[in-house]
Design a protein around this ligand. Structure first.
Ligand code: DQA
Length: 147
């Protein structure tokens, strides 16, 4: 299968590896990108990997790729719990959308238990560490193949 999986990362994920390592681990966002590329390559897919601290940039990115992407993997960070705008953008994505959280958000503060994005995602992966990104890409490849 040819095509591109888009991986979008939200606020503060650029600090992965140094930010609260007891919660998010020691791997950096560059490590996550490498993991995504390796996993996607096994399915014959390319990766377009992005991070932004700005809600509007993420909405713009979703709009840019919503038709062309084979699927979309999104860890929106804190915007998960606040952003109707990102939710509305993700609802327009043609391919499968997989929401990822490195930590188990359900075992954390109450405000992390609700996601605006889950209802418009095909799958949600939480608490698997950065390996969740690999699971998400594998899932995008499977769903895209089935469609
Ligand atoms: C996160 C969980 C969010 O609650 C938090 O704001 C993040 C990271 C995760 O990957 O576990 O920035 O999305």
């Amino acid at each position: 299968m040819a095509g591109t999986v888009v991986v979008l990362n939200g606020p503060n994920l650029n600090l992965l590896g140094e930010r609260e390592p007891e919660v998010y681990g020691r791997e950096t966002l560059a490590d996550v990108e490498a993991l995504c590329r390796t996993t996607a390559a096994e399915a014959g897919l390319e990766v377009d990997f992005r991070q932004s601290n700005h809600e509007g940039d993420l909405v713009d990115a979703v709009q840019e790729v919503r038709r062309s992407a084979v699927g979309l993997v999104v860890n929106a960070g804190a915007l998960t719990h606040t952003s109707v705008a990102l939710r509305d953008a993700l609802a327009t994505v043609v391919g499968p959308v997989v929401e990822v959280h490195i930590s188990n958000v359900h075992a954390r503060e109450e405000f992390r238990h609700h996601s605006y994005l889950s209802a418009v995602s095909d799958a949600v992966i939480v608490g698997c560490g950065v390996q969740g990104y690999a699971f998400a890409i594998a899932r995008v490849a499977t769903v895209a193949r089935e469609r």
